[in-house]
Design a binder for this molecule. Structure first.
Ligand SMILES: [Cu+2]
Length: 134
């Protein structure tokens, strides 16, 4: 129900644009739905994530492997409004997870689409996945 958080002028802009400009301050993050994603040596579990456009999420990432893994999906990150983009690397292409790391990304998906997920260090070993925003 993001529409109830939009003020009049913001609503006018949002209706004119396919993607709403970042307005993280107006989102009620307390209602975030938690989605868990685990990295192992060498896979994403689950390997397919599905989100609903406009819903508020807390993506909880845990690295249970012995190696460093990266949740790398620049196109996906460009299609969401993030509460805490500081959890990403400086280029906003990935979330780096050292062994044992637990990181949360709060976001709202803004655009429908299909996005490729990879761990750039281990995609050769099949450490890939998919993200769908419906
Ligand atoms: Cu990896």
């Amino acid at each position: 129900m993001p529409i109830r958080f939009w003020a009049g002028t913001v609503l006018a802009v949002a209706l004119a644009l396919p993607v709403m400009p970042a307005a993280a301050a107006s989102i009620n993050w307390a209602h975030a739905r938690q989605v868990n994603e685990t990295t192992r040596d060498y896979e994403f579990v689950p390997s397919h994530l599905v989100f609903r456009r406009g819903a508020v999420y807390r993506l909880h990432l845990e690295n249970r492997g012995k190696e460093t893994h990266e949740f790398h999906s620049p196109a996906f990150f460009a299609a969401i409004t993030m509460r805490n983009p500081g959890v990403l690397n400086a280029d906003h292409t990935e979330i780096v997870l050292q062994p044992g790391d637990r990181k949360d990304l709060y976001f709202v998906a803004r655009r429908r689409g299909h996005f490729r997920l990879i761990c750039p260090d281990h995609d050769w070993a099949g450490m890939t996945g998919e993200i769908d925003v419906k």
